[in-house]
Design a protein around this ligand. Sequence first.
Ligand code: ATP
Ligand code: MG
Length: 150
Amino acid sequence: MSEAVLEVKSFRTVVKDKHRELILVDSIDFAIGTKEVVALVGESGSGKSMTSLSIMQLLPRSVAIAGGEVRFCGTNLVGLNKRQMARVRGRRMSMIFQEPMTSLNPVLTVGTQLTEAIVRHLGASKMEAVAVAEDWIRRVGFPEPARIRN
Ligand SMILES: Nc1ncnc2c1ncn2[C@@H]1O[C@H](COP(=O)(O)OP(=O)(O)OP(=O)(O)O)[C@@H](O)[C@H]1O
Ligand SMILES: [Mg+2]
C-alpha cells in the first residue's frame, strides 16, 4: 500500500451520562492509502456512521473520543482544538451525509449554501464563489446553473 492518507489506530469513542459510560467505537484500526477506496460494511447499528462522525469529530456533546489516533496525512487529529479541526473539515476532509433530503437547508437557496462553503474553505470572494458554485452545478449536469443556484 502507498503511504496512508488516513490511519486510524486503537480509536475509541464513548457515550457518557451521569451513571455510566458506553463504548460506541471500540478500538478500531484501519488505514486508507492514496487513491484507495474503502467501504465500511456492517449491520444497522453496528457503528459505521458513529465511526465516520468520530473521525471527523462531528459528535454530539454526550459523545467523546476516549483514546487512540486518527492520523490524516501524518497529523494526529485527536488533540486538535475546535478551530484547527474546522480547518481540516470541509476543505481537506468531507462527509457526504446519508440522508440527501436533509443535507440542504430548505429555507436557504442552494447558492447560499454552496457559496458559504466555498468562501469559508477556499478563501474566495463572494463573487468568485458564485462563479465556482455555478461551475460545480454545471459539472454535475444541471442546466441553467444561475437559475438552479437561486
Ligand atoms: N448519541 C448517542 N448516544 C448513545 N448511543 C448512540 C448515539 N448515537 C448512536 N448511538 C448508538 O451507536 C450505535 C451505532 O450506530 P450507528 O448509527 O453508527 O450505526 P450504523 O452502522 O451507521 O447503522 P446504519 O446502517 O443503520 O446507518 C447504535 O447502537 C446507536 O444506537
Ligand atoms: Mg449509518
